[in-house]
Write a protein that binds this ligand. Structure first.
Ligand SMILES: Nc1ncnc2c1ncn2[C@@H]1O[C@H](COP(=O)(O)OP(=O)(O)O)[C@@H](O)[C@H]1O
Ligand SMILES: [Mg+2]
Length: 236
């Protein structure tokens, strides 16, 4: 577990912003996320949630920041192969100790508590500053015991925020976009949305920032394109 007695994060740190690094997103959020922010990335299948989260981790390493990526949905060999297509060599970053990849699907019989502990240990071991959980949906549904809500709140607020770990968790949504907010949406500092839609017989993807505390952010849909480097968000 994270056991550093005293937090290294002070008020000045919490005002600092860390860029997400995906083309144009930071321009829409005044330069980046606040250190220690907890952001949900919602979207249907194939909207680019895993690619976006991997870019978030990869871009951190470009600034010499370490990151942990906990995958519940894709096995690690597939994830590594798919991301190599975008020039992101996760295996090499792992070997250099810049990232830790955790395959939580394979932790057989592991309950929520044990999964949380695995994540916290990995963060502590490499002194990571960013965390991705892909997806929170699978994380919650895979739990053997009843969802221990206060435990999750403890993880996010007491530990991650105190340690200044900026966190992105994906949420797999069905096509229908419910207007009813979830508990996680209330708790999160930010909620981003990736959405597939049809136009001129073509499947397209768009991006919107639904919420980001303490930030004057874009309030419109932005088109998303998949390039050889991953996702790119367009101005309009
Ligand atoms: N090499 C690639 N080049 C262009 N687009 C790709 C490539 N690989 C995947 N995609 C697009 O990304 C989608 C998958 O993105 P992913 O992040 O895995 O989605 P999600 O995690 O939201 O289900 C695919 O359905 C495809 O449209
Ligand atoms: Mg995915």
């Amino acid at each position: 577990m994270l056991n550093r007695a005293v937090s290294t994060l002070n008020i000045a740190d919490t005002r600092r912003r860390v860029p997400i690094g995906i083309p144009r997103v930071d321009e829409f959020i005044q330069g980046g996320l606040h250190i220690g922010d907890f952001v949900l990335l919602e979207g249907g299948i194939g909207t680019g949630k895993t690619i976006f989260s991997t870019q978030f981790v990869y871009n951190a390493t470009l600034n010499e920041e370490k990151a942990v990526f906990a995958s519940f949905e894709e096995d690690l060999p597939s994830l590594k192969r798919n991301m190599l297509r975008f020039g992101i060599d996760l295996a090499s970053l792992e070997n250099k100790g810049m990232i830790r990849l955790i395959d939580l699907e394979s932790l057989e019989g592991a309950g929520m508590g044990s999964n949380i502990e695995t994540i916290l240990n990995a963060l502590d071991e490499i002194k990571a500053k960013r965390l991705v959980v892909d997806s929170l949906t699978a994380f919650l549904s895979g739990a053997k015991e009843k969802f221990d809500y206060s435990f999750l709140m403890h993880l996010i607020y007491k530990t991650l925020k105190r340690e200044g770990i900026t966190t992105l968790m994906t949420v797999s949504m069905a096509d229908k976009n419910s207007l009813e907010p979830t508990i996680e949406e209330f708790v999160a500092d930010g909620v981003f949305l990736l959405e597939n839609y049809m136009k001129d017989m073509e499947l397209r993807t768009r991006f919107m920032i639904k919420k980001l505390r303490g930030t004057e952010h874009s309030r419109r849909y932005h088109n998303v394109i998949f390039t050889s480097k991953g996702l790119e968000i367009l101005p309009f």
